[in-house]
Design a protein around this ligand. Structure first.
Ligand code: ADP
Ligand code: MG
Length: 255
């Protein structure tokens, strides 16, 4: 059997902040078209992994490849253009802007610097803006929140902000989507809606890594799960294997 090459390869990755080693020699392979769960207690290094993969922090040691391109030291905008998009644990949205405008900020204006555009800039910009607005409306519909478009982000409750973040991450048409604790603060019903949205995104061909410390939620949606604890990978496997792994159970009971 020919083994398919991983979409994302994290090799011997370590990240330190002063004396704190947030990631220690972590190896993770993410397969294309899968939903990959990343779990672990608070402070395990989950968000740090996303921050390194999305280019916010350079690794202290180790490397990251995306579609066989080394991205370890690339800036966030370059990584985003390669096809990696993300949400943040603290649901960062731009204040004093509508939901639609927030979603539009997820799409970068490309081609703007070409020579001809110096002459046709106003026309080009308005075309681009109209196109992006249309895309934003489509994405909000796809996520199931078209009615939010004209709301101010300050009017949204936490759960709604999470969904808007997902929409904003999707508008750039990513190949790989990183979701950092999207189910935080959600009740059972809301988590079900989120799970369905994640599955629908995945069906469109987007590979997804979901961070959570909710094993039940992660087990239900993931094809494969990696467990971090104190910056180290302590286990990986399918949901069944993870739920029955004594090392994982201990890490959770010990929290
Ligand atoms: P998780 O997302 O799994 O809860 P984090 O990746 O946020 O964990 O944090 C892992 C460890 O790294 C924690 O001890 C945290 O305090 C530390 N850490 C994360 N980011 C920073 C930072 N920017 N500066 C200093 N310490 C950090
Ligand atoms: Mg985190």
């Amino acid at each position: 059997m020919i083994e398919e090459k991983s979409m994302l390869e994290v090799k011997n990755l370590s990240k330190s902040f002063g004396g704190v080693q947030a990631l220690k020699d972590v190896n993770i392979n993410i397969q294309k078209n899968k939903i990959h769960g990343l779990i672990g207690p608070n402070g395990a290094g989950k968000s740090t992994l996303f921050n390194v993969v999305s280019g916010l922090y350079p690794p202290t040691e180790g490397k990251v490849w995306f579609n066989s391109i080394e991205t370890s030291y690339l800036a966030p905008d370059k990584i985003s253009r390669l096809g990696i998009s993300r949400t943040f644990q603290d649901a960062r949205l731009v204040p004093n802007m509508t939901v639609l405008d927030n979603v539009m900020t997820g799409q970068c204006f490309t081609g703007y610097n070409s020579f001809l555009n110096l002459f046709f800039k106003p026309f080009y910009f308005s075309c681009q803006e109209r196109k992006i607005k249309k895309q934003a409306i489509e994405v909000l519909k796809f996520i199931g929140i078209p009615d939010y478009a004209d709301f101010w982000t300050s009017e949204l409750v936490w759960v709604e902000r999470q969904m808007v973040q997902v929409a904003r991450a999707l508008i750039s048409d990513p190949q790989l989507l990183l979701l950092d604790e999207p189910s935080a603060g959600m009740g059972i019903e809301e988590t079900k809606v989120l799970s369905n949205v994640i599955r629908e995104i995945n069906k469109k061909g987007v590979t997804i890594i979901v961070v959570s410390h909710d094993i039940k939620f992660i087990s239900e949606i993931s094809d494969w799960i990696t467990v971090l604890d104190f910056g180290e990978k302590i286990s990986e496997g399918n949901p069944e294997q993870i739920r029955n792994d004594p090392i994982v159970i201990e890490a959770y009971l010990g929290e």
